[in-house]
Design a protein around this ligand. Structure first.
Ligand code: NAD
Ligand code: IPM
Ligand code: MN
Length: 360
């Protein structure tokens, strides 16, 4: 039996609430499939842990995680601990420490998901954003000079290495070639005269090796406008760390909301564990009420299934999410419904187990 060892960092706010449902779904899938299983180990790391221990995770935290096949993360960040501490010292530390340089974020309008755009059909919103996830604007480099003085200056340095830029762009070209889809690069060379000029140059250089891939290149401001006005322009998208962060919240907004957007942080070489998470945060405004939408966490559970080679099951979970929304009207308040977090998770599990009965 193939046992997948998963480290669960449920984290803060709605993190534990939505991750609970994702874990239920993975357990059910494994029980039905019969030829693989999951072993979940929980780590209590996050803002509460910080308030008690003065750190977000123990000093050997990454070493502990190395023993796992993947990390399943809820959300990090809560009032009481400054965001730049909680996020940089846990979420970003794992992404960078495990060289999870590819962030795969699907922007796909599922059946039954609410879309705020007028007259848009489902086939018009179906893209995958490949976000650079290890450097760029998130390098953490910078300086704070003359603190508190009139001449105070703050520098936040973007770092775009040739290796880092080439590998993410190559990953996106490979995906576009494999899937026969178009590839769009999103950058901003008209204003960022070093980083984005370089990005565009690398996009063109690597493109020489993929003459069969149809490409586009947009400035990020125009791309944001097209996301809303003509989302069908995009199929595979490749972009930098910060632009990818921003544009995928916009993507979430047009494809059902933050409660439905999933993301995989991949170390494609599989030297380190990859990490799967909903892209939303800890949502303090709705935490502890049992109303958070667990579907993003469940979608990222489906990405875990894909990652371990169980793509048939990954696809089934997506189908079941659609069934839960369309047939069972299982929508949490963020999507205009009245279902609770647990009810949605339970319904997904119920539909899955009915699948098994029908198959027999
Ligand atoms: P957020 O994503 O937590 O919330 C934004 C809005 O979306 C809120 O109104 C919230 O209620 C709603 N929302 C988000 N997820 C939802 C869900 N599953 N179901 C229903 N509604 C949902 O973003 P924020 O408010 O900017 O950040 C809150 C905290 O989370 C901050 O500390 C931030 O740094 C952190 N954060 C963490 C992650 C992460 O861990 N991956 C991602 C983003 C933000
Ligand atoms: C995300 C989040 C993180 C990011 C924050 C919390 C550091 O917004 O995963 O989208 O900017 O990458
Ligand atoms: Mn974000």
């Amino acid at each position: 039996m193939n046992v997948h060892k998963i480290a669960v960092i449920a984290g803060d706010g709605i993190g534990p609430e939505v991750i609970n449902e994702g874990v239920k779904v993975l357990k059910e899938v494994a029980a039905i499939a019969g030829d693989f299983s999951f072993q979940f180990t929980y780590f209590p790391w996050g803002c509460e842990y910080y308030l008690e221990h003065g750190k977000m995770l123990p000093d050997d935290g990454l070493e502990q995680l190395m023993k796992f096949d993947a990390v399943y993360l809820g959300a990090v960040g809560y009032p009481g601990v400054p965001d730049h501490i909680s996020l940089r010292e846990l979420l970003l530390k794992i992404r960078k420490g495990f060289d999870q340089y590819v962030n795969v974020r699907p922007v796909k309008l599922l059946q039954g998901a609410p879309c705020p755009l007028k007259d848009v059909t489902r086939d018009q919103i179906d893209m995958v954003v490949i976000r650079e996830n290890s450097e760029g604007e998130y390098s953490g480099a910078g300086d704070w000079l003359f603190k508190g003085k009139p001449e105070e200056v703050v520098l936040q340095t973007g770092v775009f290495s040739r290796k880092g830029t080439e590998r993410i762009i190559r990953y996106a070209y490979e995906l576009a070639r494999k899937t026969g889809r178009t590839l769009t690069s999103i950058s901003k060379a008209n204003a960022l005269n070093y980083s984005m000029v370089f990005w565009d140059q690398v996009f063109e250089e690597i493109g020489q090796e993929y003459s069969e891939v149809e490409t586009n290149s947009y400035l990020v401001d125009a791309a944001s406008m097209y996301f809303v006005k003509q989302p069908e322009r995009f199929q595979i998208v490749v972009t930098s760390n910060l632009f990818g962060d921003i544009i995928t919240d916009l993507g979430a907004a047009i494809a059902g909301g933050m409660g439905l957007a999933a993301g995989a942080n991949l170390n494609p070489e599989r030297i380190y564990p990859s990490m799967f998470e909903p892209i939303h945060g800890s949502a303090p405004d709705i935490a502890h009420q049992g109303i958070a939408n667990p579907l993003a966490a469940i979608w990222s559970a489906s990405q875990i299934l894909d990652f371990f080679g169980h793509e048939v099951w990954g696809a089934k979970v997506l189908d079941v999410i659609e069934q839960a929304m369309v047939d069972k009207k299982m929508l949490t308040p963020d999507m205009g419904g009245a279902a609770s977090t647990e009810e949605v998770g339970d319904e997904v599990v119920k539909i899955l187990s009915a699948l098994q009965t029908n198959q027999v």
